[in-house]
Design a protein around this ligand. Sequence first.
Ligand code: CO
Length: 242
Amino acid sequence: MSGFSSSLEPVSTPGLSAPAQCPYLVAMRHYHQYDELIRNNARWAVEKLRKDPKYFETLSEYQKPPFFYIGCSDSRVPIDTYTQTEPGELFIHRNIANQVSLTDMNLLSAVEFAIETLQVRHIVVCGHYECGGVIGAYRNDLRGLKENWTTPIKDIIRDHKAELDTIPDEHDRLDRLTELNVLNQVKNIFKISDLERLIEANGYYPKVHGWVLDIRLGLIKDLQLPLDAWKAEGVVPENYKE
Ligand code: CO
């Protein structure tokens, strides 16, 4: 499986040498110095105030984000940047390989808060191509807690073996596995009892979406959800509408 760099590892660029003291500087990318982060923040805050003197006063009053976003922890996928959204628009939960685990108290409490208190209008589960968690689960080369965490992806590989086996190119196969991972996590969202009850009550409920961020193009791919199949399985209530 050459040609893949796990996003959980430092990126190395052949031909570039780096100061020995820091392996992360091997990358071709520019990394800020620590002090720059604080200076950049101060400059950004001043700029915001220049455009709107009440920006932070208004921002600090309350939050009512329309979107709940569940994504991968990968440093290359800050969704605010890709969607050009502002503070206050996205309620966010991130973990390795954007897993929706029904025993994860962290995720479940965030979902509960997003649904009951914030009453978000949309829930988005977003994966990304070149995901180290997905690739590592496929290669079976993650160890320790990461290996346990990504076990559900190995289940997806087994469940979809027939489809994945028809894809000759490994890169394409991993892209498809990334999409299947997102679809599986979206399906898990529908299994959360809070949401299930809201949909069954047929009043207000948030719409659920599955995205893959193509970090090779910088573009979001909005996946088609197999809602009819999930309704037939009984996972999605019949009256759910996109
Ligand atoms: Co990832």
